[in-house]
Design a protein around this ligand. Structure first.
Ligand SMILES: [Zn+2]
Ligand SMILES: [Zn+2]
Length: 375
């Protein structure tokens, strides 16, 4: 039966076996043998007005969806890793206003040798990224914050690595500007040493003063006047806060920085967790003990208690986190690793024992049935 006349034309020719074709068509079928799959967006021949309207409507919808996807704004602005605050890029108008009055006497693109990097001032080859009229090292481009500039300058001038928070402290002591922002900087001049415009002596002094700067900024572990941490019992920590917890006698109990971060993350500030009922706080406290956030729906061990719940009246605290909990129950201690290993071995032995018991029971039954052991 030949059904081809009933098939809409825009599906293209129907693949048919060669032996079913009349002899006159054999040659043509050879040419288009494997080319019978229709292309999706091709305008079909001979479509009706209604078919065309449907097709055009569909294409318009697809276009609308695609453009909506591009213009959608993100839910929250990106966070500037240097300041920890939401990052708001300057608009074109703001950038132009900031650059007003600044006349560049030349352009790095006109120089065929080395030009100064817009951030560090070191020599940039012609392959370095160019943004009119400056060239910038590829590595320097990612460091837009004051902290990353200080880190780069310390690594280049003094030869060692420092952390982001230390870099922030040093930035309060020494000016580490972008080379581009120096009053006499020009994009086409002879390059200098990278970060050569930073006062090396002042930088070294600030690095040497880091311990003092850290303790001034509260970045060294120190005790809290209200006692150890109400959750983890640690005595020396950073970032002490009063979140409204109390010792048994009603005096205020502080949280250390680590525990308060967990408290905030679990909605403590929004009032979702009770400040006075420690049962509510055991879940987040247990996460601090584990060192990671438990998956949703997993609660703390029923026997787990926070330090303020079990502390004696003088709540002396401990040098280690959760020092009031026996070592085998505290992750990170050798005793804990030992206990986990022992329990795993015991569980394995139980499974083996059960398997052996079952095999024995089968043998016994087999003997009762009269054909003895089967294996
Ligand atoms: Zn550079
Ligand atoms: Zn704590």
């Amino acid at each position: 039966m030949d059904f081809r006349p009933d098939t809409p034309k825009h599906f293209g020719p129907i693949p048919v076996r060669r032996e079913h074709l009349p002899a006159a068509h054999q040659g043509r079928a050879d040419q288009q043998k494997e080319t019978t799959v229709p292309r999706p967006n091709r305008k079909p021949k001979g479509e009706t007005v209604r078919q065309r309207e449907i097709r055009e409507g569909r294409e318009a919808n697809r276009r609308k969806r695609r453009s909506a996807r591009i213009t959608l704004a993100p839910d929250s602005p990106p966070i500037d890793p240097g300041t920890g605050k939401p990052y708001r890029p300057m608009s074109r108008a703001e950038v132009m206003a900031a650059m007003e009055g600044r006349a560049w006497a030349g352009d790095a693109a006109d120089v065929k040798t080395f030009t100064p990097c817009s951030r560090c001032g070191g020599p940039c080859g012609t392959s370095a990224p160019y943004s009119q009229p400056w060239r910038t090292h590829r590595a320097c481009r990612s460091g837009t914050t004051i902290q990353s500039r200080v880190r780069a300058a310390v690594a280049e001038l003094l030869g060692f690595e420092i952390g982001f928070s230390d870099a922030g402290l040093i930035a309060t002591q020494v000016a580490v500007a972008n080379f581009r922002d120096l009053l006499d900087a020009q994009p086409h001049t002879e390059p200098e040493r990278a970060w050569g415009h930073v006062n090396k002596r002042k930088l070294r002094k600030a690095v040497e003063a880091l311990p003092a700067l850290r303790s001034e900024a509260g970045l060294n572990p120190h005790p809290c006047a209200s006692g150890p941490c109400a959750w983890c019992s640690i005595r020396l920590a950073t970032g002490w806060v009063n979140e409204g917890m109390k010792w048994a006698d009603g005096s205020p109990a502080p949280l250390c920085g680590t525990c308060s971060a967990q408290w905030v993350r679990r909605g403590g500030l929004s009032g979702r967790l009770s400040k006075t009922f420690y049962e509510d706080q055991r879940g987040p406290g247990y996460n601090v003990l584990l060192g990671y956030d438990q998956p949703m729906g997993n609660g703390p061990d029923p026997a787990f208690r926070l330090y303020a719940e079990v502390a004696p009246a003088d709540h002396p605290g401990y040098d280690e986190r959760f020092g009031y909990i026996a070592a085998p129950m505290r992750p990170g201690t050798p005793e804990h690793a030992e206990r986990i290993e022992r329990e795993r071995a015991e569980a394995l032995a139980r499974v083996e024992q059960r398997r052996a018991d079952q095999a024995k029971a089968v043998r016994v039954r087999a003997e009762i049935w009269g054909y003895g052991a089967t294996q």
